[in-house]
Design a protein around this ligand. Structure first.
Ligand code: NAD
Ligand code: MG
Length: 302
């Protein structure tokens, strides 16, 4: 079979041509933003992700599980048979409610724990509560993140720098350390880094540094926890269509062309990256640790 360009017909159900391509409408929300207010709404796998029991009986805590990549991971984990706790900021309750309903619809336990992870005490409480309400904990996904662009280092305040490092680096350290009181052998820790760790943009000076720190944290901790049978890996997304980008993550002109420079010609949708987090968490990857897995629409750079 050939299509009108004389090329072979596309594979059934391929998403490559089904997802939105730029140009997008300009849009700006206050931080942290809501997925439900984005145009077009991101696809987190709500109607498409099909599980096959790869995480049956597992218990996962996902930070930033209300929207974007974290929401896609929460949906996928529930459909793979895991009970899921999500953390998010109180302002994101409407997004979080949708995720809780989707997890419950799979017959899995869903735990909602709103709160600000830039506070150490809250991070300790979060892990304890997740473990208690899930009845165990064997997957930790450190995914919450802060990205606010600044054109110049001169515009980057100490408050900005502090908030970005507290959210992306300190919280990961506090939450992971607390989780080690509970994680058994066979547990999996997955951190969300970024292509920014390797190819930093000039307008993301603080953010890119935190993402590089996450790579080093992942590789160092993987060595430390190997003898305990705990694996530590990271996922490095390229341009994904999420609330982070439209709530101060990028200037408007970049939102309109978001993903255009990727070889696939568009941004990724959160549903397209969830399977990487499933694979890292699954016992099928029991010899994989200290790795960074990139999904950026085809540059081949990482
Ligand atoms: P998102 O806005 O949907 O998710 C980020 C989440 O972080 C928010 O939903 C929020 O709940 C959480 N968060 C932020 N500050 C917090 C705080 N102080 N306390 C508690 N929670 C807080 O956007 P996303 O793109 O899905 O982001 C998920 C991860 O992916 C982030 O670590 C981000 O840096 C990373 N990432 C995203 C892209 C992209 O293009 N979207 C690319 C590379 C990496
Ligand atoms: Mg959100």
């Amino acid at each position: 079979m050939s299509n009108s360009h004389g090329k072979p017909a596309a594979v059934n159900q391929t998403q490559t041509d089904a997802y939105p391509v730029p140009p997008f409408e300009g849009q700006k929300q206050p931080f942290p933003g809501l997925a439900s207010k984005m145009l077009p709404r991101p696809d987190h796998g709500e109607t498409s992700y099909k599980g096959s029991g790869r995480l049956a009986g597992r218990k996962a805590l996902i930070t930033g599980g209300d929207s974007g990549i974290g929401r896609a991971v929460a949906i996928a984990y529930a459909r793979e048979g895991a009970d899921v706790a999500i953390n998010y900021l109180p302002a994101e309750e409407p997004d979080a409610r949708e995720v809780i309903d989707l997890i419950k619809a799979e017959g899995r336990k869903a735990v909602a724990i709103p709160g600000d992870i830039t506070e150490e005490n809250f991070c300790l409480k979060l892990v304890k509560q997740a473990h208690q309400e899930l009845g165990g904990l064997d997957i930790l996904v450190n995914n919450a993140g802060r990205q606010q662009f600044r054109e110049s280092i001169k515009d980057l305040t100490t408050e900005d720098f502090d908030a970005t490092f507290k959210t992306n680096v300190y919280a990961m350290f506090w939450i992971t350390k607390a989780a080690l009181d509970y994680l058994p052998r066979g547990a999996s820790i997955i951190n969300t880094t970024s292509v920014q760790a390797y190819i930093p943009s000039e307008i993301l000076l603080d953010y890119a540094q935190t993402k590089a720190a996450i790579v080093a944290f992942t590789k160092s901790l993987a060595k430390q926890l190997g003898p305990d049978g705990i694996r530590v890996n990271a996922v490095a997304p390229g341009p994904y269509w999420t609330a982070l980008q439209v709530s101060g993550g990028q200037p408007q002109e970049k939102i309109k062309e978001f993903g255009a420079s990727a070889p696939l010609g568009r941004p990724g949708q959160p549903a397209e990256i969830a399977s990487l987090y499933v694979t890292f968490a699954s016992q099928e990857s029991s010899y994989t640790s200290g790795q960074v897995w990139c999904s950026d629409g085809g540059t081949g750079t990482l």
